[in-house]
Design a protein around this ligand. Sequence first.
Ligand SMILES: [Zn+2]
Ligand SMILES: [Zn+2]
Length: 353
Amino acid sequence: MEELVISLHMHTTYSDGTGSHSDIGEAALRAGLDAVIVTDHNVLVGGRERYYKEGRRRMLLLIGEEIHDQARQPQKSHLLVFNARRELANLAPDPQILIDNVRRAGGLSFIAHLYDPECPPIKEMDISWMDWQVQGYTGLELWNSLSELKIQGKSILHILFYIFFPAFLNRQPPAQHLDKWDELLKTGKKMVAIGGADAHALHASAGPLHRTVYPYEFHFRGITTHLLAPSGLSGEIETDRKLIYEALGAGHCFVAYDLPGSTRGFNFTAQGREATALMGDEISSVGGLTFNIKLPQMAECRLIKDGKLLKTWKTRETCTHISTEAGIYRVEVYRQFLGLRRGWIFSNPIYVK
Ligand SMILES: [Zn+2]
Ligand SMILES: [Zn+2]
């Protein structure tokens, strides 16, 4: 399999971002990404999907959308929509109808920043997801880079610190996200986890000081989603779009925080008697399974089964576990960075029947 590094969830001047599609394309190319998915609020911007190239490297910019009901106060329940290829924002008042239509159009939908509490120091409201009765969406944005500012920003001093020292911001997906994901997985649903930037490149001013808060390129080197695809990008846009959305839809991916160190090369598989499962796949436990975890470098690796910690390895690059038990298995990896233990890699689950 080929590993493709993508950043998703970002805004341009078509909604509340400050950059253009080409600013994003150039920044993503500089950051070494394979693809980005731009998701302006409630508008599907047409005619902007294309490759950005430098030498032999290419980066594909794709367009999705972040949809919510703008008449609702506060404006909660944001849904990331990819590959529907039609404007569906008019369906926002009923999230279930919206999700059903995304699916019917061959698209994918992910609940964005599920826990996004109010942040009084910057007068930001709670915009968490509220409509948990919905069914049929693809998955969850397990880690959202920007909304962590609202969680960590307990005072204006904290906010200023994280604006001027952005590398200190991201720690790990909120416990509320991990708990909700495990709870939903326990109901027997497949639930794909993705990592989102929520990049806006906002401009902030305080007296004579002006600053771009979290430039696009900062996010592109931070929380990303790594896909495992049967091949690399071909340079043919229809083929590559399909390759990316199929890998995302199948959960053949992991959520990565690349700033502490590149997560390229991580892998989590289950080897059965007759088949091998990737992250996102289902496999039978009959005859026993060997889980193989490969880390890019030594770090604290945790194997989780049905939401409970099963095993921890602290000083290995390769971890194995043998099992005959059905369940939902996923991996979390942590490492030290800037004085704190931080989340580094969160795999999608392997579903053992
Ligand atoms: Zn949002
Ligand atoms: Zn957003």
